[in-house]
Design a protein around this ligand. Structure first.
Ligand code: SAM
Ligand code: SF4
Length: 456
């Protein structure tokens, strides 16, 4: 079979990272293998994000650059590069992409990846651009080939879409209604990952804890039950899930945090704002107190649980006092990591048409002051880890000779001197230094006497 090169550039969330890997799985039987260099590629796919204006606009500047790369390849007699746009910009803008960038060959939404081979065949027959942004009744997962090997830490999509309709968000429009994969499919994919050497699985969904999949004997399983079953699989040592919604944190999920040691003590639980009026205007379906109560219950179940969150500043009508409520909530809860954004009006969402849009310079000021606080909290947490001994999954090689990088239970990158044979294993590490964005340490078993002292 002809060997061809495929370059997928991924923007946005982890769901897109997972989808990119699945597109590569679909294209592998056609002879495509991966490259990071678009100049080397017979096909380039941009897997795009539509969540904020900046993310969406990036696609068009990147397409301009790719058009030049394609022309240079053609001039060198390397044949025509297929250019594709996938993901949420493709879903939201569809035909508009072909109007703004008529040199694009393929436009496909997140529900159409399994039809890529068909689209490529039609493109080569007809020579005209192919567009597929349908939400098919049959879920794409039924048509995807088994996942390839993914390395020590892998994503596994269990749920897609969203029915919550937060007033700022495009996801319900680009990813469609909530859909949960059946339990048996998820367990089969997890077993295949474990057999291929994956140690840590991160379950993905736009609202992952809204998971309600068909289980054996007609039962419907929630996320807590699914996590317990995954923890039984040989080789699965660590489980995470993201992104969850406060409204869908149920008793069984909280109990799983207490009872399943493989479930890591780190949770990304977006709150968006600390102001009840803004949370209501956002249609989040919870207030700040409800968030506090959920965090309390989770921390009672798992006292070392570390939290991360998403915040939006400058939602329409947000006053200085309402922004202060967000800062106060941050001070009160304490986050070890966070993502924060200026509100970006998205066409077609209710908030985009709301009066009293906050001026851009005020949004920027609020974002800077929130990020300063969040950063201080992250640094303080990393410093508090100094001297602790923790399990680290060594999942990649570092910049320096003899260095491996891993992830702590709390998702911090950890740099350590270790032999390459330890790649893909969980090791005890004594943390020596907490930097702003990572930790560094040494293997505990390299110095058993010291390790025993720290543990004591
Ligand atoms: N489903 C998740 C939840 O409800 O928390 C979030 C998914 S969304 C892909 C990721 C984050 O992007 C959101 O939590 C929010 O903070 C941010 N976001 C979404 N729409 C936005 C907008 N219009 N402007 C700024 N940030 C936005
Ligand atoms: Fe968007 Fe809200 Fe759904 Fe999250 S819950 S994906 S923020 S609409």
């Amino acid at each position: 079979m002809a060997t061809r090169k495929l370059c997928i550039k991924t923007y946005g969330c982890q769901m897109n990272v997972y989808d990119s890997a699945r597109m590569a799985d679909v294209l592998a039987p056609l002879g495509y293998s991966a490259t990071d260099d678009p100049a080397d590629a017979d096909m380039v796919i941009l897997n795009t994000c539509h969540i904020r204006e900046k993310a969406a606009e990036k696609v068009f500047s990147e397409l301009g650059r790719l058009r030049q790369i394609r022309a240079a390849r053609e001039a060198r007699g390397l044949g025509r590069t297929i250019l594709g746009v996938a993901g949420c910009v493709a879903q939201a803008e569809g035909e508009e992409i072909l109007t703004r960038a008529p040199f694009v060959d393929l436009v496909l939404g997140p529900q159409a990846y399994h039809r890529l081979p068909e689209m490529i065949a039609r493109l080569s027959r007809a020579g005209t651009a192919q567009l597929d942004t349908d939400f098919p009744a049959d879920p794409k997962f039924d048509h995807l080939p088994p996942a390839g090997e993914r390395g020590p830490a892998a994503f596994l999509s269990i749920q897609e879409g969203c029915d919550k309709f937060c007033t700022f968000c495009v996801v319900p429009y680009t990813r469609g209604a909530e859909y949960s994969r059946p339990v048996a499919d998820i367990l089969a994919e997890a077993r295949a990952l474990a057999a291929g050497g994956t140690v840590e699985i991160t379950l993905l969904g736009q609202n992952v804890n809204a998971y309600h999949g068909a289980g054996p004997a007609g039962a419907t399983w929630g996320l807590g039950r699914l996590i317990r079953a995954l923890a039984e699989i040989d080789g699965v040592e660590r489980i995470r899930y993201t992104t969850s919604h406060p409204r869908d944190v149920d008793d069984d999920l909280i109990a799983a945090h207490a009872e399943v040691p493989a479930l890591m003590p780190f949770l990304h639980l977006p709150v968006q704002s600390g102001s009840d009026r803004i949370l209501k205007a956002m249609n989040r379906g919870h207030d700040a107190d409800a968030y506090r109560r959920i965090v309390d219950r989770l921390k009672t179940a798992r006292p070392d649980l570390a939290l991360s969150s998403d915040f939006i500043v400058g939602f329409p009508g947000e006053t200085a006092a309402e922004f202060q409520a967000t800062l106060d909530l941050v001070d009160e809860i304490g986050f070890v990591q966070a993502y924060s954004f200026m509100y970006s009006p998205r066409p077609g969402t209710p908030a985009a048409g709301m009066a009293a849009q906050v001026p851009a310079d005020e949004k920027a000021r609020r974002l800077a002051s929130l990020q300063e606080r969040l950063r201080d909290q992250q640094i303080a947490f990393n410093r508090r880890c100094e001297g602790l001994e923790m399990d680290v999954l060594l999942d990649r090689t570092g910049k320096w000779p003899g260095q491996l990088v891993g992830r702590s239970p709390f998702m911090q990158p950890v740099h350590v001197q270790a032999p390459g044979t330890m790649l893909g294993t969980v090791r005890r590490v004594i943390v020596e230094q907490g930097q702003p964005n990572s930790l560094s340490g040494r293997l505990a078993d390299a110095d058993p006497a010291q390790a025993a002292r720290v543990r004591a």
